[in-house]
Write a new protein. Structure first.
Length: 80
């Protein structure tokens, strides 16, 4: 849960560090939130991780990173 208008952060931990740049499929969804009206569909990533299309590119040497999604503060009361 997050207060609307704040960011929600997830920490992703890999089993060991990547030895070369690695690509992983990525999607953001599930739950009852609606893209573009409840949250920004362009997340940010730490540790040099980038999003290219629907793939995450994780640089060599990375063992964990944070995905941050900004929520949108609207006037609609959402259920908890």
């Amino acid at each position: 849960n997050v207060v609307e208008g704040n960011s929600l952060s997830y920490t992703v931990t890999l089993t060991g560090s990547t030895t070369i740049a690695s690509t992983y499929a990525y999607s953001l969804g599930g739950g009852s939130a609606t893209a573009t009206s409840d949250y920004n569909t362009t997340p940010t990533f730490s540790n040099g991780v980038s999003l290219v299309g629907s793939n995450l590119i994780v640089p060599a040497g990375v063992s964990s990173f944070t995905v941050t999604v900004a929520t949108i503060d609207d006037t609609i009361v959402d259920s908890a």
